[in-house]
Design a protein around this ligand. Structure first.
Ligand code: PMP
Ligand code: GLN
Length: 389
């Protein structure tokens, strides 16, 4: 049968490709972002008990009320914004579904959506499936003087026109590990004032920020919260990436549109997991302590890499860090990542995969992304191998 693909340029995601390559070569997988350790046993017990207690049928479409209430309380405590759990918080099948439902709900054919590059791989196909047109604003790549990525908000502002439906942002940022600062929220307020654009804020790494910084959720500013969809994921926060549960928060009228899509995309999300998470969330300690937990791992990997020919870059958040391999190779990033995985037994992700045209010269900066959501012995074993590169 003949048909025209709606996503002619999309193949299998780089995360799946690199994980498969690592498995095929028995490489240590520091590529795809997932922990190689178990979630808290208490959380597993809560989910088990929820199943035994009969929470096995369809929960409410927007998520069980107890979990939405816990999310509302957490956001009120951390960011001082009060979302109404009945009408403004929706439990979704991971952040992925929240992103997909939000974009599907609002982007019409011909609408422009501004995306900052490098970007998470889901955004562009989601925009294109909705008939939207991605408008890409590149970050400033690292230089010798500024050894980290930077957003130029003036460029972002300049890219927004009357055709712009939405601006997508993601901080803490995958893959660069940069965070928003208070002054960035000022910029976003200015952008909203001047353009009235809707913001889609992917905050899945909200609880993983380092060196005493605070996560700058868009929920912190009333003006931004009023125009934003704020998305997070329990997968990152509770070491449960395989459960695929997340949530999205937005003012009532916006949430109502997202729920129209959510109810037909998945209708609702696994009930015992939701019940278990609602119990587990009553204790703020696990998410409050997450940054310290991951900072120790970041430092372990970064100090280890400093003993190799890789040059680790600073990471202010997420469970990723970038490292420069200029001293080792001049291969483009995708080829380097494959070579490292197959010849040296350590799987990584090429940063170029987060660019619109991965093979372009402008998308290649001799950088690899390493995931440090791993047990100490995994990180140490990887460093041992990397010392030989
Ligand atoms: N956004 C970003 C930036 C991510 O890194 C991920 C990660 N996996 C997601 C969204 C998707 O999250 P989830 O697994 O909860 O769907
Ligand atoms: N977000 C994860 C990463 O950046 C991967 C998620 C996925 O495999 N789709 O590695």
């Amino acid at each position: 049968m003949k048909f025209e693909s709606k996503l002619p340029n999309v193949g299998t995601t780089i995360f799946t490709v690199m994980s498969q390559l690592a498995a095929d070569h028995q490489a240590i997988n520091l590529g795809q972002g997932f922990p190689d350790f178990d979630p808290d046993a208490k959380l597993l017990d809560h989910v088990n008990q929820a199943m035994r207690a009969g929470h096995n049928q369809y929960p409410p479409m927007a998520g069980i009320p107890a979990l939405r209430q816990e999310v509302a309380s957490k956001i009120a405590n951390l960011y001082e914004h009060h979302y109404d759990p009945d009408t403004e918080i929706t439990i979704t099948s991971g952040a992925s579904e929240a992103l997909m439902a939000s974009i599907t709900a609002f982007v019409k054919a011909g609408d422009e959506v501004v995306v900052i590059e490098p970007f998470y791989d889901l955004y562009i196909p989601a925009i294109e499936l909705a008939g939207g047109i991605p408008v890409i604003v590149p970050m400033q790549a690292p230089t010798a003087n500024t050894p980290h990525y930077q957003v130029d908000w003036q460029h972002v502002l300049d890219a927004i026109t009357s055709a712009t439906r939405m601006l997508i942002i993601n901080f803490p940022h995958n893959p660069t590990g940069i965070n928003l600062q208070d002054s960035d929220l000022d910029w976003l307020e200015r952008i909203v004032d001047q353009t009235g654009v809707m913001l889609l804020s992917d905050e899945v790494y909200e609880h993983i920020v380092f060196d005493g910084q605070q996560h700058q959720s868009l929920a912190r500013r009333e003006k931004l919260a009023a125009r934003s969809i704020v998305i997070s994921s329990f997968g990152k926060t509770y070491h449960t990436t395989g459960w695929k549960i997340g949530y999205c928060c937005a003012p009532k009228a916006i949430s109502a549109e997202i729920r129209k899509v959510h109810q037909f995309m998945v209708f609702t999300v696994s009930s015992p997991m939701q019940v278990g998470l609602a119990h587990f969330m009553k204790d703020p300690k696990p998410y409050i302590e997450l940054s310290d937990f991951y900072q120790t791992k970041r430092d372990r990997l970064s100090q280890g890499l400093a003993k190799t020919r890789f040059k680790p870059m600073p990471s202010q958040g997420t469970f990723f860090l970038l490292a420069d391999y200029s001293e080792i190779s001049e291969l483009p990033e995708a080829e380097f990542a494959r070579w490292l995985t197959t010849e040296h037994g350590v799987g990584v992700i090429p940063v170029s995969a987060f660019y619109r045209v991965p093979e372009a010269k402008a998308s290649n900066h001799n950088l690899a992304r390493f995931c440090f959501a791993k047990q100490d012995h995994t990180l140490d074993a990887a460093i041992e191998k990397l010392m030989l590169v």
